[in-house]
Write a protein that binds this ligand. Sequence first.
Ligand SMILES: [Zn+2]
Length: 452
Amino acid sequence: MPNEDDILELLVDSLDLDPTDATAVDEDLDEDADEELEEELTAGLEEELDDPVEAALRRGAPLLLLHKSHQHSSVLPQVADDILRRHGGALQLGTIAPMPRMSPTSIEAYFDRMSTAPVRIADPECFARDDSFGSSLAAQRDGKPYVGSTSKHWSYFTDVQKNGHTETWVRDVLDAQRSCGATVLLTPGLWGDPATAKYAIATMRQHAEWSRRALDADEKLAVNVTIPASWLTTGALRDRLLDEIVDMDEQVFYLRVRWPLLGQPYGQLIDRTILDGYLELAAVFDDNDKVLILPNTGLTGWVGAACGAHGFSTGIGSGERAFADTRVIKINTKPRPAPTRRVFAHSLLHVVDVTTAEQVDSLTADRCHCRFCRAQRRLPAGQWDKALAGAHYLRRVGDMTAGIATNPRGRRVAARRATRDARRIVGDVSARLPLVGANEPKHLELWADLLR
Ligand SMILES: [Zn+2]
């Protein structure tokens, strides 16, 4: 029998069994996880427009949201600075802080550091309440709650609502976001259970109406929708949701879909029926001049933005790149084995191990020269910094987003070309460097088909 002290519990969101990609079943995103900010940012971009937040929510340049992660978020202000300096006119920038998983002071400090990003969202994550999807989330984490000790700071998150959620409670949810300095407010976003679809739709609408009544004239609102993927894959549910959204007066929707376990660590969604649902959603929003924001979607959100969505969020950790089912794996080793070093290979549009990424760069003679990669290469031999790798990924997502936004032939054509280029490179390098297992970009064929 293994000694209990030697069992590590790790949280994964993929079917792949490699435990080195797992994160510990954690913990809250408190300020202790952050290091001090390394440099001051130059401000000024916000002054160029009368209301930069309104401009960022207007259909036009796509909105890229940097989603704060548990670790390594101290690099995000530099990423935001880089992206704005390179692509300020081509895209809009924002950030999201997961409100109940942080303390109020740490969110305020974080928003301060991210002040160059006009859109600052404190996501209330009400779906994780005990009376919503919280117990299911905990079950996927071996009983550990999605929101831990920081919930004590947030009465809106813990208040018992015996007879349904009241207008006063919805106001409390908005007040909590205001107190942190959010520039776009979200409705609560309780879990939309398809088993009670009528109630879920009515709640979404009611909470939007109550929120609208509680807003000051200059405040911005997005309707927060959190739903399982069956809303996208079941025609009747999808139509019902879209009919309601089109009928509502609200323009901006922040829509998060729970995905099944992913096939690969840091992988993309490769479920065709869910992707088709996303594309229909994006097209309906586009046709009706409404604004669709897709939090926690990684590069799937980029495909969405190519097809009519306004914006998406991604981040350094896997939880920020995908809102996917998780499971706990237990490994009988202590100390924990060194994590596999993975990095975004921009030419493949895929995350691969570092050795493979270096070989791909060498074969394609296309090494990244962003300041984060240069800093990574200056580290002493054998050292590797996950924050720099994450910053490189986000910088590249900024490049990709600006790339589709500025293509004269349109976003969809631009994304199709980028996908075809990546497939061609996969084909070119495969003869000398087989891309297998987690290194295989399984999503590219599907994307090429979707973007036709
Ligand atoms: Zn780079």
